[in-house]
Design a protein around this ligand. Structure first.
Ligand SMILES: CC(C)(COP(=O)(O)OP(=O)(O)OC[C@H]1O[C@@H](n2cnc3c(N)ncnc32)[C@H](O)[C@@H]1OP(=O)(O)O)[C@@H](O)C(=O)NCCC(=O)NCCS
Length: 176
């Protein structure tokens, strides 16, 4: 189940992002490390909850919170959204929850919100994340964007990955 994040969820999100390596994988340098409550509220709550702009969710099954994911840069004119944040609780990774969360998010995006294109970026060094999106979920790699962010004095590149409504329909039909 995907439910909108609220200001009460700061401890959950700051805990999910508490490891500095994970923090970089999850948000690059978009937030300070550790994420402050002010930054959390600004991005995930105050400037979210709008299906024409940004939606931020926590994901649960059987009453237990397992992860977070969002849509941002929502562009209704072009039926487009960007997934900016994806994280599963470190203690339960590799158990298939990332896949079920992404499937639920993509279902919401394509089938409920009517997007035609959903994309995201994965920092080049995050090979696990890359395998997850390309092999397990079915995103298409559109290429490496070189030296796009600067973290601790070093430039990092990321892969831009996308899924189109037609890809999603193919996946649902069992084609991937
Ligand atoms: C990426 C992430 C959301 C996947 O969630 P998950 O619950 O671990 O994923 P699942 O159990 O559904 O799928 C695991 C698969 O993803 C890939 N994968 C994910 N993380 C991996 C890692 N660290 N190393 C190797 N493979 C990994 C593998 O292909 C794995 O397949 P396998 O189970 O057959 O080995 C989660 O690992 C996470 O939160 N990572 C840290 C933050 C991050 O990288 N976010 C994405 C930023 S773009």
């Amino acid at each position: 189940m995907l439910k909108q994040l609220t200001s009460d969820d700061y401890p959950l999100v700051s805990n999910l992002m508490s490891d500095p390596v994970d923090h970089e994988k999850i948000c690059g340098n978009a937030f300070a490390y550790p994420i402050s409550e002010t930054q959390y509220n600004d991005y995930f709550v105050t400037n979210a909850g709008d299906k024409n702009r940004r939606l931020c969710f926590k994901y649960s099954r059987g009453g237990q919170w397992l992860g977070i994911a969002n849509f941002t840069h929502i562009d209704r004119r072009n039926d487009y959204a960007h997934i900016g944040i994806v994280a599963i609780d470190p203690s339960i990774r590799g158990s298939g929850y990332g896949e079920t969360m992404l499937i639920e998010l993509l279902h919401k995006g394509f089938d409920e919100l009517g997007f035609n294109r959903i994309d995201l970026v994965v920092i080049e060094s995050n090979r696990g994340g890359y395998q997850f999106y390309t092999n397990k979920i079915g995103f298409t790699d559109e290429g490496l964007i070189r030296d796009i962010i600067k973290v601790n004095g070093s430039y990092l590149s990321w892969n831009s990955l996308s899924m189109l409504r037609a890809d999603w329909a193919n996946r649902v039909a069992g084609g991937t």
